[in-house]
Design a protein around this ligand. Structure first.
Ligand code: HEC
Ligand code: HEC
Ligand code: HEC
Ligand code: HEC
Length: 444
């Protein structure tokens, strides 16, 4: 009898505390976000609707990347077969946990479209192992909702159980760390935060992405002075991006004769992000520093960045005519695909990126096909980087004031890739992160 209870205990323990797998639940085990948000959690619901997590499955670029690249690729190459299910653990968790794999495309309007919904997060009780990653959540669906505090008011429809994981950035790491089928960290926002200064000071992801505000958390709740907003604003929010990196430029001399050389120094400081910049889908992102000089007649001179000479630096200086991303040919069924423009911006600018390399060592934007990395040249949290631009003023430069402007630009996705795949242009428009100017005088 004792043995039986021990077995029963072990079995229930296993069921309650093991990583959720496809088929563990039915769609009916979960309420829709509209159910949660129409009459009770009105504000939180409306905030979430405007966050990318409510579109994690339906957003155009997500649909293109899963259905036109990852899914066909997973069916052609057994090395990456696991991503057919794997992508959904984070992007369409309800489809994943119910075993609806692959889900139907968004236009079929299945419950996969709920993306990272209220019920996904508030059913999580933990994650398996020591490191949160690849959607290794342990879920318990049902009448009990988990969150960081018990409400003062009983909910008419559910029970609230306090779980401290919700207060920690480790909760976010469950989906904001990703290991590729080749065993390398292709997404490491949580790990970058963990190693950086913010986590050491107790500043969580929630403090920047779910700021505390005076608000009702439900229509029948009291007004909390420190209610958790559900903004989850990130790289798709221009205000969040704006000024992430501060920059200043200064010359080494202020008065220069034509034919003389002047050196400009630019200091870039990551003042705002709790992780590296860029972070997350780094394989897609392009961040570049561009310096231009304008003489007294308005002529423009583009200044190429000085080389530093570190290994792999080539990836960090833009150059036209270099092709990359050849592995897009696999899913697209193009044999010997010659590739696309690697940077698709003018030459000579400093790029802050991490080079994702496919099994053949070629640059890739397919994080699931990433086997190794080249250089990691990004700006860490509260880290500063110095870049120099040595400029020989042309002999025929007109005298007078010369204005020199340093601009940090950003694209969510490399333009050549966006155009090739038919991604909406808003995903690869150039966004100005920050700018600063200085002046020198060109002597007669
Ligand atoms: C990505 C995961 C995630 C999603 C999606 C999400 N929440 Fe939350 N929610 C959290 C976390 C984490 C907290 C607690 C934050 C903290 O205390 O630091 C929280 C807190 C709450 C709270 C309590 C707020 C407070 O201040 O006590 C309510 C109510 C809530 N969420 C409702 C919802 C509703 C309704 C939705 C859907 C419209 C939703 N959540 C979607 C993660 C999520
Ligand atoms: C169940 C998985 C899951 C959990 C848990 C989760 N996220 Fe996300 N998050 C995602 C996915 C998937 C996306 C991508 C949406 C898309 O496709 O653009 C995302 C997007 C975001 C974005 C928007 C990025 C952008 O490009 O604008 C922010 C910010 C964010 N999450 C913050 C958080 C924070 C903070 C937490 C913890 C409180 C958290 N997430 C927990 C899956 C998750
Ligand atoms: C000190 C404030 C701060 C903290 C702490 C912080 N972030 Fe951010 N986060 C930002 C800012 C600012 C941006 C916008 C710039 C950028 O894209 O990095 C951002 C961007 C993001 C993005 C969008 C990245 C992209 O390119 O799509 C995600 C996702 C994200 N954060 C998740 C997290 C998670 C998860 C944590 C905790 C592990 C976290 N953040 C901690 C400030 C913070
Ligand atoms: C471990 C969870 C996880 C897995 C697995 C995962 N993703 Fe994501 N994905 C995210 C998160 C979180 C973001 C958004 C924030 C960021 O940029 O890090 C994201 C962003 C994206 C984006 C949007 C990039 C942008 O510009 O904002 C696309 C497209 C995408 N993922 C496709 C996929 C595909 C296809 C797969 C499977 C091969 C996949 N993801 C696997 C968590 C995951």
């Amino acid at each position: 009898m004792k043995k039986f209870f021990l077995l029963l205990f072990l079995l229930t323990h296993l069921l309650l505390f093991s990583q959720t797998k496809p088929g563990d639940f039915k769609y009916d085990d979960f309420k829709t976000p509209e159910y949660c948000g129409t009459s009770c959690h009105v504000d939180i619901y409306q905030q979430w609707r405007q966050a990318m997590m409510s579109e994690a499955f339906t957003h155009e670029w997500d649909e293109i990347e899963y259905f036109d690249l990852a899914l066909p690729h997973s069916e052609k190459d057994e090395n990456v077969a696991e991503v057919k299910a794997g992508c959904n653990a984070c992007h369409a968790p309800l489809a994943y946990v119910t075993g609806d794999i692959p889900p139907k495309r968004p236009k079929f309007n299945t419950r996969a479209n709920e993306s990272v919904s209220c019920e996904v997060c508030h059913s999580i009780v933990g994650y398996s192992g020591d490191i949160p990653y690849n959607g290794n959540y342990i879920m318990r669906a049902g009448k009990t909702k988990f969150s960081s505090r018990k409400s003062d008011v009983e909910s008419p429809v559910h029970i609230i159980e306090k779980n401290d994981l919700f207060k920690s950035g480790d909760f976010c790491g469950i989906c904001h760390n990703e290991k590729s089928p080749f065993g390398v960290w292709v997404k490491s926002t949580h790990l970058e935060w963990k190693e950086g200064p913010y986590s050491k000071e107790g500043v969580q992801c929630q403090d920047c992405h779910m700021p505390k505000v005076e608000m009702r958390t439900a229509s029948m709740s009291k007004v909390y002075p420190d209610a958790r907003s559900h903004l989850f604003h990130g790289a798709h929010d221009k205000g969040k991006l704006s000024g992430v990196i501060e920059l200043r430029i200064q010359p080494d001399i202020r008065e220069v004769e034509p034919g003389q050389t002047v050196k400009f120094s630019v200091i870039l400081f990551n003042a705002k992000a709790g992780h590296k910049f860029p972070t997350g889908s780094v394989e897609d992102r392009l961040v570049w520093l561009e310096v231009n000089a304008f003489d007294s007649k308005g002529n423009k001179y583009h200044l190429p960045v000085d080389k530093k000479g570190f290994e792999g630096e080539d990836y960090t200086i833009s150059q036209t005519g270099i092709l990359a991303y050849q592995d897009l040919g696999i899913a697209k069924g193009i044999t010997n695909f010659k590739g696309l423009e690697r940077d698709a911006i003018p030459s000579g600018n400093r790029i802050f990126r991490k080079a994702y390399l496919d099994p053949q060592g070629r640059l890739t934007i397919q994080q699931w096909n990433t086997a190794s990395f080249g250089v990691d040249y990004r700006i860490g949290p509260r880290e500063a980087v110095l870049e120099t631009f040595t400029f020989r003023v042309p002999e025929n430069c007109p005298p007078g004031k010369m204005k020199i402007t340093a601009t940090l630009n950003y694209q969510l996705l490399v333009k050549s890739v966006g155009e090739f795949l038919g991604v909406p242009p808003s995903e690869y428009e150039t966004i100005k992160i920050n700018e600063h100017s200085t002046e020198i005088t060109i002597l007669d």
